[in-house]
Design a protein around this ligand. Structure first.
Ligand SMILES: Cc1cc2nc3c(=O)[nH]c(=O)nc-3n(C[C@H](O)[C@H](O)[C@H](O)COP(=O)(O)OP(=O)(O)OC[C@H]3O[C@@H](n4cnc5c(N)ncnc54)[C@H](O)[C@@H]3O)c2cc1C
Length: 387
């Protein structure tokens, strides 16, 4: 590994940090062990020497300046739900946790934006926006992640197929640079082409260019209705082949998920409930599509559901189940959301790997991944969403 030229945190530096962020600095063994890892401990665990949990941009700036002047490594962290080791202080030094900067500041309903601190949890903004009849569309699987973490990883998620990824919803931000300088990037408008798009450079940069301390995010009017379909297929190839047909027929699903029977069965066992059909009129089911559509009226959504059902049944679907009760809808999505947890619960060692391939290469890739099971003697469970 490359030799990094950083200094150790000294008692004098700790005193400076305590003056910069009074009451928000924890040192050494007083730091909770949770700050030493993210969701993938196999990529390494390591504790910071000092934890700072600031409340303001100015505190972040003062801490960054001290660290920069003294060449102390800094690791920003959100909810530490990353699957990569990104928010782990592998070099020790100072961790700046944004968890306590967790306020939804205000909505501008004329311009369809909301201003938030980076430590607001995704699930809290999602729920709060609905109360204002608005939708914050990005919906990655981990709802306890923070918005600053979502932006820093450009998180995608289940609704990306229709609405795009987190990047598409960031209008403006306040960032503290490594020197401690505070900068504001972006604007509350959809079109701006003045100068370089530094906003887009920072989105997805995983805290390597600066620390995000405020975000202005786009929201949209909440769709009036949504409906999900559970579509079972005998073969994986048939399931995947229907996907382009939704788009060719101008049916724009809000979410489109593919799941193999094996992964669904394991998850249902883990949750203690049976939701998805395993056989339709004597034909075994081996793959599922879970599709969600949204619309602005009951009539519109029923029309979409009818068209989608016709298309899939003409193209190999064994059945179409409309998740039209709140219980079935919740159960269908609970299984989807718990796939990873179920695999984790039944495995000694897990590695989770996000793979991106063009839609028409998905069957080839899945067959290839399956073939590796025999070659290497480990289990590979596949599930994914379309973006
Ligand atoms: C069960 C599960 C499901 C998931 N599903 C999806 C999915 O569907 N799609 C998807 O794209 N991702 C998914 N993820 C990954 C998820 O997007 C990231 O874990 C999440 O966005 C990180 O947010 P966080 O607050 O936990 O940040 P952390 O994990 O704490 O940090 C992530 C990175 O961002 C940096 N960072 C955090 N906050 C800031 C800040 N304010 N300023 C600068 N840098 C910062 C950290 O240094 C680190 O490099 C999933 C993760 C899990 C555990």
């Amino acid at each position: 590994m490359k030799e990094f030229q950083y200094n150790k945190v000294t008692p004098e530096i700790i005193e400076q940090l305590k003056e910069a962020a009074p009451g928000h600095v924890t040192v050494g063994s007083d730091i909770n062990q949770d700050f030493g890892h993210d969701e993938m401990e196999i990529y390494g665990t390591s504790m910071p020497d000092v934890l700072v949990e600031p409340l303001t941009t100015e505190e972040v700036a003062a801490v960054m300046k001290i660290c920069n002047d003294n060449k102390i490594p800094v690791t920003p962290s959100g909810a530490r739900t990353a699957l990569t080791g990104g928010p782990v202080s592998i070099l020790g030094g100072v961790m700046i946790s944004l968890s306590k900067m967790n306020k939804i500041l205000d909505y501008d309903t004329d311009n369809f934006v909301v201003r938030v601190q980076p430590g607001v949890l995704l699930q809290d903004l999602a729920a709060d926006a609905l109360k204002h009849d608005l939708l914050y569309p990005p919906d990655p699987g981990e709802k306890l992640a923070q918005l600053g973490g979502n932006v820093s990883t450009n998180a995608g998620g289940m609704r990306a197929v229709k609405y795009g990824t987190t990047r598409d919803y960031v209008r403006a931000m306040t960032v503290v640079l490594p020197t401690g300088e505070i900068v504001h990037e972006g604007a509350t408008v959809s079109k701006t082409s003045s100068g370089y798009s530094l906003l887009n450079l920072i989105i997805g940069s995983e805290g390597t260019l600066g620390i995000i301390t405020e975000l202005t995010l786009k929201v949209i009017p909440k769709p009036t209705t949504t409906m999900s379909l559970i579509i079972p297929f005998e073969t994986l190839d048939e399931a995947i082949a229907v996907v382009p047909l939704f788009f060719k027929n101008h049916l724009s699903p809000q979410a489109l998920e593919f799941m193999e029977k094996e992964a669904v069965e394991e998850t249902e066992e883990y949750l203690g409930k049976k939701v998805y059909p395993k056989e339709v009129e004597g034909t075994p089911v081996n793959a599922y599509i879970l599709a969600t559509f949204d619309g602005d009226s009951e009539d519109q959504i029923m029309d979409i559901i009818e068209q989608a059902s016709d298309i899939v049944t003409e193209n190999g679907a064994l059945d179409v189940l409309v998740a039209d009760t709140p219980k079935l809808l919740a159960d269908a999505w609970q299984v989807r959301s718990a796939l990873l947890d179920a695999i984790e619960a039944n495995t000694d060692l897990l590695d989770e790997c996000d793979v991106v391939v063009p839609i028409n290469k998905i069957p080839d890739f899945l067959h290839y991944a399956k073939s590796l099971e025999q070659d290497y003697g480990f289990k590979i469970k596949s599930f994914f969403f379309y973006v």
